[in-house]
Design a protein around this ligand. Structure first.
Ligand SMILES: NC(=O)c1ccc[n+]([C@@H]2O[C@H](COP(=O)([O-])OP(=O)(O)OC[C@H]3O[C@@H](n4cnc5c(N)ncnc54)[C@H](O)[C@@H]3O)[C@@H](O)[C@H]2O)c1
Length: 252
């Protein structure tokens, strides 16, 4: 059965590793996708061209919650409905203990803005739309293993943002189910995407491979498959859950 036929899915950060794999997977399943990223040109434009009529590309800087809200309404205008929101855009930048306070704080603000506040603004807009449309809607938020395990010393802000995403997702699931909203979080461990290029350059891939139970790191498709399942509507009664995709590197 083609579970995604006629569904419209908004995917933020779709020019990146997990977002692009998710867009391709959902379109292969019959969905239409609004693919978003910081810039429309380059990788996002190439992805949209590859996916043809099933995709519509939009750009917005998610440092700004007003831009996140405007993105939702632009995306909604494309086909007149959105059935699934995938909050996937994210950054992973260091805030070092020995950075000057202003630099450290700016990194906290950027990380919280992109990884927590913009997803919250998009959830806010989505809940309001989903509450009005037949069939409601599904929210899938990208969290991280860092939400439970914690993260390396330079990344407390990232761990805090992702823990916030988990708490926000649980709250949405508990409070808005009767309005037709289901909400899930997906918590990857290491995934082989551009996100980790600096860490791989510093430590080498072997360190990350050794941390897994399968002797191989997850690829973007491994996360995309889980997102697509949650987006299919087949997991309604798992609402509020976080699905770990961390190759048993951290079993909670
Ligand atoms: N790759 C991993 O190991 C890993 C692990 C745990 C969680 N995650 C989460 O998965 C999600 C996707 O990660 P990925 O590995 O595909 O990363 P990626 O870097 O490949 O893609 C992230 C995308 O977000 C976009 N983005 C960043 N800042 C933005 C802004 N201000 N406005 C709009 N778009 C912006 C980037 O342009 C990029 O295309 C993120 O939320 C990340 O935190 C990734």
């Amino acid at each position: 059965m083609n579970t995604h036929r006629e569904r419209v899915v908004l995917i933020t950060g779709a020019a990146g590793g997990i977002g692009a794999a998710t867009a391709r997977t959902l379109v292969a399943d019959g969905a239409s996708v609004v693919v978003h990223d910081l810039r429309r040109e380059g990788r996002l434009a190439e992805l949209a061209a590859e996916l043809g009529d099933a995709a519509h590309a939009l750009s917005a800087d998610l440092c700004d919650p007003a831009a996140a809200d405007a993105l939702w309404h632009e995306a909604l205008a494309w086909r007149g409905h959105i059935d699934v929101l995938v909050n996937n855009a994210g950054i992973y930048e260091a805030a070092r203990l020995d950075d000057e306070l202003a630099i450290w704080h700016a990194s906290w603000e950027r990380t919280l803005a992109i990884c927590l506040v913009a997803p919250a603004a998009l959830c806010r807009a989505a809940i309001s739309t989903f509450g009005e449309q037949p069939g409601g809607g599904i929210i899938v938020n990208l969290a991280s293993r860092a939400a439970w395990r914690g993260e390396d010393g330079d990344y407390w802000h990232y761990a805090a943002a992702k823990a916030g995403v988990v708490a926000m997702t649980k709250t949405i699931a508990r409070q808005y189910g009767r309005r037709g909203v289901t909400a899930f979080a997906v918590a990857p461990g290491f995934v082989d995407t551009p996100f980790n290029a600096p860490a791989v350059a510093e430590h080498g891939m072997e360190m990350f491979v050794n941390d897994t139970a399968l002797g191989e790191v997850a690829q973007p498709q491994d996360v995309a498959n889980v997102i697509a399942f949650l987006a299919s509507g087949k997991a309604r009664h798992a609402t509020g859950a976080t699905i770990d995709v961390n190759t048993a590197s951290y079993v909670r």
